[in-house]
Design a protein around this ligand. Structure first.
Ligand SMILES: [Zn+2]
Length: 239
């Protein structure tokens, strides 16, 4: 019998469908009814959220070590995802969080002051105890994004397909110069919606061209954003 953390980790760190219960974006408000394993989806600390009010706090700067190559991309039907074995790291709360994967949402899941962006990237990390930290970053419509362009060259069009990147690039290149951020406690935005996830949303907004945004939306064939969830008294802090 697998431990909770093993099952928990497998579900988000691999791109496989949760055993016994498939889900989609047609009725995200019913995810909690699809399986007893999805009960957390009706919890009170769920993601995504609308970051409307935030409190200035003495937050430590984020320390990324992302000198790790993006080599292959997988289409799991819910999103496209890049998985990592080891080598990427985020230092947070005095602890090492390994970069496990990143993936994309269109439109954005989190909102900032009510604004929804056409694209949001999620960098998913786990520490040695299996606790999760997700860094989110928004893309507005604008100039073509050269870093995304290299990934877009190799986007897997079919569900289940994996494509090797023609021009492997360092994850580091995706990060902005300014790493100021919002922080709050939330959950996975897909089943099993597990809570206790440390959310960090970068304030600097990137751009992607209309074509880049449309290409990704067409590839998925459906929006893959869970609607924003009630804050229920949670406080968002920022540096
Ligand atoms: Zn996500």
């Amino acid at each position: 019998m697998r431990s909770f953390f093993q099952v928990f980790s497998l579900s988000i760190l691999s791109s496989s469908v949760w055993a016994g219960a498939d889900w989609d974006y047609h009725h995200p408000e019913q995810w909690n009814t699809l399986s007893p394993n999805f009960a957390a989806c009706s919890g009170h600390n769920q993601s995504p959220i609308n970051i409307e009010r935030s409190v200035k706090a003495d937050l430590k700067p984020l320390q990324f070590s992302y000198q790790i190559l993006i080599q292959r991309i997988h289409n799991n039907g819910h999103t496209v995802q890049v998985d990592f074995e080891e080598g990427g790291e985020l230092m947070l709360d005095g602890d090492r969080f390994q970069l496990k994967q990143f993936h994309l949402h269109t439109p954005s899941e989190n909102k900032i002051h009510g604004k929804q962006y056409p694209l949001e990237i999620h960098f998913v990390h786990a520490n040695a105890k299996g606790e999760l930290a997700v860094v989110g970053m928004m893309y507005a419509q604008g100039a073509e994004n050269p870093q995304l362009a290299r990934i877009w060259n190799s986007l897997p069009k079919q569900k289940g397909q994996t494509v090797e990147l023609k021009q492997p690039q360092s994850v580091n290149h995706l990060l902005p110069k300014n790493l100021d951020y919002y922080r709050f406690s939330g959950s996975l935005t897909t089943p099993p919606c597990s809570e206790g996830v440390r959310w960090l949303i970068l304030k600097e907004i990137q751009t992607a061209s209309v074509k880049q945004i449309e290409d990704f939306a067409k590839l998925l064939g459906h929006p893959n954003n869970r609607p924003v969830q009630p804050l229920n008294g949670r406080i968002v802090v920022e540096n």
